[in-house]
Design a protein around this ligand. Structure first.
Ligand SMILES: [Zn+2]
Length: 69
């Protein structure tokens, strides 16, 4: 298991999900915590993954069920 922290400022929770942006398709995909950190991915705790807001015109892909707390 990883002990990487949530990437949000001032959040000290452990990351449980990885958010990946696809700028070409305007997609923000939330998935299980990635094993490797990639340039366009961000680790998020359950709370921040659940509350994710994306810019107008973007789509959020949330595999179900994710098991948010
Ligand atoms: Zn967080």
């Amino acid at each position: 298991m990883s002990n990487r922290p949530c990437s949000r400022v001032a959040c000290s929770r452990h990351a449980q999900f990885t958010l990946t942006f696809d700028y070409g398709d305007r997609l923000a995909a939330i998935g299980p915590l990635a094993f490797e950190i990639e340039p366009h991915s961000y680790d998020l705790c359950a709370r921040h993954a659940e509350r994710l807001n994306v810019p107008e015109g973007w789509t959020v892909l949330r595999p179900t069920p994710l098991g948010f707390d």
